[in-house]
Design a protein around this ligand. Structure first.
Ligand code: GTQ
Length: 355
């Protein structure tokens, strides 16, 4: 963290009288605000997290090695947590979000449970695995964006014949900030498949709703946003020429019943960067996790340049300028706590160099 310049008070040596007062304050569980004001209320964000990239080619073999050492059932979830170097040991990729790479091998299951934390999956590799949420299964394909809303029972299985790997994003630090975490196992490893495959897609993703529908929870009733549709949308809009100077063609995933974010705490986005794009810098208060779905490029994030290719994951900290460049036509998936910040009236963005 940038050292807090705090107040003028803290830069001068403490007088014996003040030191003595502080010692007595301490014994009464009190502390002098004037020593910490600049640190606890900085004039602009001072994130502890740093820009960082995980190369898929480096992490994948480690995940497969974990696959040889323990089963998904044994692990409950076989995941390598992506830890931001600025917050090692805290299972955080950003200050407010958790991310990990999860592997499920052919023939394996990850047992059903539910928790207060909301999760998303972005499928990196392999087909033939499914995730089930509240009795409905969806088959995972690379590039699919899948939801597991708060407190919904979910389990994963791989009846196929290749390893399947996806990126998990959860609001773990947010829920724990509020000390609001609950978790329980489902009675049994696999929840019964009570809803036909494709039901939620037909029911909620066709620009119609059942006439008597009322929301059961504040998240989107769609739980798989397939890559085939997202990719086609980006391609069509690119052909139609709507190219943003910073973002290329960038779309946000929505809860179609509200137009809001898919889940209350986590927003997700997908953008196409045209080949040769040199995007203008942009910053916002939502630290963002990016995963490259396709293509190669570079992102300048603050004073660092991160060079990425397919399935690499990287992070842009809050209020740090981000500028993307694409060597090939590229597609980036991303997620952040934007809807949580917006609900609280905190979110800001700025594209400083072309106002
Ligand atoms: O798939 O349910 O990466 O519960 C961390 C916690 C995945 C999951 C994670 C979880 C899951």
């Amino acid at each position: 963290m940038e050292s807090a310049t705090a107040t003028a008070v803290s830069t001068t040596a403490l007088s014996p009288e003040r030191r003595e007062l502080y010692a007595r304050l301490d014994t009464k569980n009190t502390a002098p605000l004037w020593e910490v004001l600049g640190k606890i209320i900085p004039p602009e964000p001072t994130p502890d997290i740093v820009p960082v990239l995980w190369r898929y080619d480096e992490v994948r073999p480690l995940l497969l090695e974990a696959g040889r050492l323990l089963t998904a059932r044994e692990a409950e979830r076989r995941v390598l947590v992506l830890e931001n170097p600025g917050l090692r040991g805290q299972s955080r990729i950003t200050t407010s979000l958790y991310a990990g790479l999860q592997l499920i091998l052919p023939g394996e299951i990850a047992p059903a449970h539910r928790h207060s934390m909301a999760a998303l999956r972005f499928v990196m590799e392999g087909t033939g695995a499914y995730t089930a949420v509240e009795g409905e299964r969806t088959v995972m394909h690379p590039g699919d964006f899948i939801l597991t809303p708060s407190w919904t029972y979910h389990d994963h299985g791989n009846p196929g014949d290749v390893p399947v790997i996806w990126l998990d994003g959860l609001d773990v630090p947010i829920v724990n900030l509020f000390d609001a975490s609950f978790r329980e196992s489902y009675p049994g490893d696999i929840q019964p498949n009570t809803v036909p495959d494709g039901d939620s897609h037909a029911r909620y993703a066709a620009n119609m709703l059942p006439v008597d529908w009322t929301p059961a929870r504040p998240s989107s009733p769609i739980f798989n946003y397939p890559y085939s549709r997202s990719r086609e949308t980006l391609e069509t809009l690119y052909r139609h020429g709507s190219i943003h100077q910073c973002h290329g063609v960038k779309m946000r995933f929505i809860n179609p019943t509200t137009g809001g974010a898919p889940m209350p705490t986590i927003g997700a986005f997908m953008q196409l960067l045209p080949k040769g794009l040199s995007g203008a810098p942009y910053r916002a208060t939502d630290s963002t996790v990016f995963a490259a779905a396709e293509g190669r490029g570079r992102s300048r994030i603050g004073d660092q340049t991160l060079t990425w290719g397919p399935r690499d994951v990287f992070v842009a900290p809050s209020w740090t300028a981000v500028a993307h460049e694409a060597d090939d036509e590229a597609v980036l998936f991303s997620f952040s706590d934007r809807p949580a910040q917006q609900a609280l009236g905190l979110w800001r963005e700025e594209a400083p160099y072309f106002r």
